[in-house]
Design a protein around this ligand. Sequence first.
Ligand code: ATP
Ligand code: MG
Length: 257
Amino acid sequence: MIEVQGVHKMFDLADGGTYALRDVSFDVHEGELVSLIGPSGCGKTTLLYCISGLEPLVEGRILLDGRPVEGPRSGEVGLIFQKAVLLGWRTVMDNVLLPIEVFGRSRASYASRAMELIDFVGLTGFADYLPGKLSGGMQQRAAIVRSLIFEPRVLLMDEPFGALDAQTREHMNMLLLRVWEATRKTIVFVTHDLEEAAFLSDRVVVLTARPGTVREIVDVPLPRPRTIQMRYSEDFVRLARRLRGLLDVVLSPAAIG
Ligand SMILES: Nc1ncnc2c1ncn2[C@@H]1O[C@H](COP(=O)(O)OP(=O)(O)OP(=O)(O)O)[C@@H](O)[C@H]1O
Ligand SMILES: [Mg+2]
């Protein structure tokens, strides 16, 4: 579904160019949930933007469904940011329907789908609330609903639960898994939290420090559907330790050079 092939990305800075990504390659299969982890500044957000078509590449190519990504494709890819980006003066429902308005489609034909999704994420009764009256987790759920309204086949999520407390985060992890099981999107999920990556994913792509390149791609051996209890299983602990080891190597001075 997503093929990232030999991607290089550089930014022009006042004192010359700096590499953000160097020769990054990996695939994400249709319906798969793949996480990206790596040290801060290694290029995870940049990579998501490249996949979404918002950032051009210096070298390499990215294919979506076999076709090269040359710019944003509306409706095919949903992006979710670390902080829920909702418009404060619009209600939850009006925020959810914003993409529909932006792309000039009829609100009426999406309204019942919007309500269904709002119910599904547990926001029943809050459709007419302004975002300022909701908690952080509720706002993020509204943002997730908005990204799903067009039924994108691919969801790119950039640390969507990073700002939430541990308990809400665990709840959101389970919710995401339920959404994913019900809709079978292809998901690329960026996180700082290697346990979150291990719990959610089919595979975890571990990136090195800047400029980011793929250090290892790790298969997650846990069965589906995932349960909270699995976080305490031997397989999980072993996997988390392995990911930690890979990140530690990545962060060691020798590896950074
Ligand atoms: N628009 C830009 N102009 C110049 N440099 C940039 C730009 N965007 C990102 N960079 C640089 O590219 C590198 C990767 O940034 P990116 O935001 O992708 O990292 P990240 O892995 O998402 O980090 P974090 O985990 O902290 O979110 C950083 O060194 C950053 O300074
Ligand atoms: Mg980032």
